[in-house]
Each structure stands twice: as structure tokens, then as C-alpha cells.
Design a protein around this ligand. Sequence first.
Ligand code: AMP
Ligand code: ZN
Length: 461
Amino acid sequence: MQLNLFSTLTHKKEPFYPLRGKSVGLYTCGPTVYNYAHIGNLRTYVFEDILKRVLEYNKYKVKQVMNITDVGHLTSDADQGEDKLEKGAAREHKTVWEIAEFYTKKFQENLKDLNIESPNIWCKATDHIPEQIKLVQTLIDKGYTYKTSDGIYFDTTKISDYGKLANLKNQELKAGARIDMGEKKNPHDFALWKFSPTGSKRQMEWNAFGKKGFPGWHLECSAMSMKYLGEQFDIHCGGIDHVSIHHTNEIAQSEAATGKKPWVKYWLHGEFLVMNQSKMAKSTGNFVTLETLKEKKIDPLAYRYLLLQTHYRKQLTFSWEALEAAQTGLEHLYGEVFKVKSQKSIMFKSHEVENKFQEAINDDLDMPKALAVVWEAIKNNQIDYKTLLKFDEVLGLNLKKIKRLKDQKIEMPDEVKKLLDLRQQAREQKNWTEADRLREEIKKLGFTVEDAKDGQKISKL
Ligand code: AMP
Ligand code: ZN
């Protein structure tokens, strides 16, 4: 079945054909490790994980590379401001190396909690300084750069198709002139390499181009992706905010250096998670972390389940109510999986269901539709346990574990117990209207009650 993916470059769904047979090279821009990732960042990584799993479901062999930005990402995307890592170190009175190590570990724990498959290759920007210097040298040799007092810059007017990913028109390119250009020749020119500011000592700096300095943020992704995936590869992804600057600049410097176009065949971008009407972001303090969710006893997989209910190219507004509903929904799904596992007969329609499921995921990762297929099949008793587990290779909801129902004794809140007692009395008085009313009350608290021969049978919803 044909897999179609929406390409940011062409702005339409494209049939997916990798460059080299059944092998797929996938580069996913990783985190800047100066603080905890927030659940908006993690939305992007869940989308990329689904992409990888869908590719694997379609029998592609995926090589995924993810970088760790541990140097060079400045507080402003216009090559100004402080290095986020140095800022984090000052905040916590630690070295930059300690900060990077700590938050890399935390990030990797987040991925594990969300059941995100580990990339095949992790690569740190600071472990690839020679590769980055070499890339800058190539661009210098080919005449794409100029030097200012604070760094080596890429001259974006030297290439004819700068801005093609974001569809930046000439006007927008000129409009950029409102920003403070410093010594830059053109508004969109960007730093390939920055010189350490005079008078202050950076913790991370290297000798190159006659001075001490450090790489520009975009450089690492070009250098490392090409090192591990070749000069041209299949898919590159990130969040939507990467389109107009980070990825645009990655394309410019990579295609200029190799002379090969297109550098990357498919560009995919995930939409934002928003909260309080604006993008979830660390810089504004408008964010929630996975650690907070866990403190509130919310299963990280409930967050994953919430994400699956919205297409990755649509904005998603975060609310605690929606998250709690997702937790209940997931519990319900686990309950149904448990029932499917123990059922003796089904209306066998596995292939039809499998086709529908694959049709949904192959239509640019339509996970809301795929989930609807799963629920419909469960409701109509058309799916067996083995097929559910197969679908879970894409969903990643850990359906195999069905941990809660199997291992957990039902813990009834006092309120439910009280209602059950009242209902028992109503039953004894044959007051069925009251018994029904109380059943509804109990349901609202997340439990169902059935009248069995020897009493009221209660189960968690
Ligand atoms: P950063 O650590 O800032 O480099 O961001 C890591 C990833 O998270 C990037 O792919 C960003 O595009 C993405 N991202 C940042 N904010 C959000 C958000 N509110 N919703 C979804 N993705 C985001
Ligand atoms: Zn990147």
C-alpha cells in the first residue's frame, strides 16, 4: 500500500519513495539541553516516532539520527544573545558540560516514558567540531562566506533559491531588514561560526579560523546528518518553527557545500502544542514538563494517547481536562484490550481492519483515523489480540502490558462505596428507579456496576 507524506517543500502530499531501495535515512533535530524539555517539544518527538514506526510498519529499514545541541544555540535565532548552555550553567552554578549531561539524560528518560524508540545514532554537537570546521572551510573555499568582527557568515544572496522551504518571497527577504543586522550584509545571512566575545571567557570554545570561537547553531545539523546519512538523504524533520530559519539555513549551507540538490528529499514538520493561546515555550515560561505530569500521577502514555488524537499538522491546545479525558480513554482502551485477549470468539475481519488501519497511517500519518479504526473494530468485535498488538507497533501505547487491570486490585474511593451501600438498600427495597440513578452516579466516578446473582458487580471503567 502506497505511503504518502506531506512535504513542506512542495506543500502537498507526495508518494514516498526513498533514495536507496528499502533503506530510509531520517534526521530529526534534537533538543537544546539547557533545561527540561517541555511537553510541546515532546509533541514533536512523538510525531517523529510515529513517522519512524509507520515507515517500519511499511517494511522500510530506518536509520534515524538525532543530534543533541550542547553548544551554539543562542537565545535569539538572529545569531545574537547568550549561548543557552552557558546561560543554563550560570543559572545552576554548574559547568556547561554538567548541564548538558544532566538534561540529555532527562530528555532520554522522557523519550523512554513516552515509549519513543531510541534513534539509531545519537550525536552531540561538541563531539563533531572538526566536521563542522571542515564544512565552514568548504564554504569559505567556494566563496559563500564573509567575515565580520564577530564571526564567519553565510552570504544568502550567493544562492538563487534561498528560502525555498519556507517559500520566502523577495519582499519577505527584504522585510527582514527591520531586524538589527549588526555587520551582516543581508538580513537573512547567518553565522556559520561565531568568535568568542572579547573580554569574556566561554566554557566551550575552540581554535579555528585564527581565533577562539564556536559553531553557529545550524551548522551542526548539516555536518552530522551528512556524516551519518550521506550527502543526500530521505527525510528531515522538526517542529514548524524550524522551517523559516533553522532548516532554511541548513539547506542553504548544505547544498552550497556539496553542489547537490535536493539535499533532502522530504521535509516534514509538526505543528505546535499551544497553551493559554500561545505556543508552549520555555522562553516565555508558558510550559509544562513531563515531570509535572508524573507528579500529578498522569501516565506519560496518556499524553501520548492525547497526541494521537490530533493530526500532527494541526495545532493542539493543551488543557488538563483534555489530558485527564485521555487518561480515562487509555484506561478504557486497556480494559477493552484485556477483554479482547480473553474473548473466545470474534467476528473475524482482520484483513479488512488491517487494510483500513494501514490506509489511515499511510495517509500522511492520520492517527486520529487509525484510532477510530481500532475503536470501531473493538466495538464490533472484529479484532483479535494479535492484530491489536500489531497495530500497537505504530501506536506505541504498550497494549501488551495492560498492567492496570491485571495487576491492580480495584481500589474504590469512599464515595463510591457509600453510593454502593445506598444502592444496595434501594435494591432491597426494590426501588429500581433509585438504583438506576445511583448506577449513573457511580459511573460518573469511573466505575460500572452490574447486578449479578450474588450482589453488585463493580468494575473500573
Ligand atoms: P529546542 O530544544 O528548542 O531546539 O526544540 C526541540 C524541538 O521542539 C524542535 O523540533 C522544535 O521545533 C520543537 N518545539 C518547540 N516548541 C514546540 C511546541 N510548542 N510544540 C511543538 N513542538 C515544539
Ligand atoms: Zn537541526
